[in-house]
Ligand binder design. Structure first.
Ligand code: ADP
Length: 264
């Protein structure tokens, strides 16, 4: 049986009293070795869910469990050992003066031996195709390269739960596909829970399950093909239909069976 790594139990959240609830009674579970995607229109609550998962925010109602431990202000340092997160804007995530230092930072915080750090830096930078940039200053990198390094830095700490919150937004389509494939391979090797948060439906194809958010509520939770079959309804909740149409090819390539009717 697979371990349950993430659990939201009736979670509601608002940024402050008097403001509207941005999450309403959300419950879901994510297991080890599972690739899960969250999609939804801008402002539907996806990033808020990500921030709740590693204790950047705390819910006013309900409970969040990571690997059997409740996320509370007291538990966040343990929680962050298990949960790695990459955000959309890599500029906010750089701490090192070189790519190498930056990737090392998370490992230094965890007290890893130097030899192990050197080994992992090599491994993760090779995985994201950035090995030639070990000594480059992060400022000198393109947006896409920064995202690759940010992903490498998180992979280096071997999290059990990996959250990518629009983390490939700055990559071109080819780079995005490459990185998503690399991450998918690592996810399978290490039996991670991989959580991809995106408004780009193409990134959903690799997921086993998809949660569709709408106005702070879970609108649907199903396999990708069952979600895409609801094309007209997706349009009603602001998920761009051209994306869905463009998906047809990706789905075929990925070997996901889908009927022509479902895409029309
Ligand atoms: P998504 O990731 O789906 O675009 P978010 O989780 O970022 O959605 O936002 C959900 C809602 O919370 C939106 O209405 C957004 O305006 C609001 N929100 C996000 N961050 C803050 C904040 N720091 N303070 C107040 N409201 C916020």
């Amino acid at each position: 049986m697979r371990d349950k790594l993430v659990e939201f139990r009736n979670v509601s959240f608002r940024y402050s009293e008097g403001q509207p609830w941005v999450l309403n009674n959300c419950s879901f579970e994510i297991y080890e070795n599972e690739a899960m995607a969250f999609i939804g229109h801008n402002g539907s609550g996806k990033s808020t869910i990500a921030k709740l998962m590693n204790g950047l925010l705390f819910p006013q109602e309900g409970q969040i469990m990571i690997n059997g431990r409740q996320v509370t202000p007291e538990s966040i340092w343990d929680i962050r050992r298990d949960v790695g997160m990459v955000f959309q804007n890599p500029d906010n995530q750089f701490v090192g003066t070189t790519v190498q230092d930056d990737v090392a930072f998370g490992m230094e915080n965890r007290g890893l031996p130097r030899q192990e750090m050197v080994k992992r830096i090599d491994e993760v930078l090779t995985a994201v195709d950035m090995k030639d940039y070990l000594l480059t200053e992060p400022d000198k990198l393109s947006g896409g390269q920064k995202q690759r390094v940010a992903i490498a830095g998180v992979l280096a700490i071997f999290p059990q739960v990996l959250i990518l919150d629009e983390a490939t937004a700055m990559l071109d389509p080819k780079g995005r596909t490459e990185i998503m494939q690399t991450v998918a391979e690592i996810q399978k090797q290490r039996h991670l829970s991989l959580i991809t948060i995106t408004h780009d439906l193409r990134e959903v194809v690799q997921a086993e399950r998809v949660i569709v958010m709408n106005e702070g509520r879970i609108w649907a939770e199903a396999a990708p093909r069952d979600i895409f079959a609801r094309r007209a309804e997706l349009r009603d909740i602001g998920l761009d239909v051209p994306f869905v149409a463009a998906l047809s090819d990706n789905l075929k390539q990925a070997g996901v069976p889908i009927t022509h009717e479902a895409l029309n």
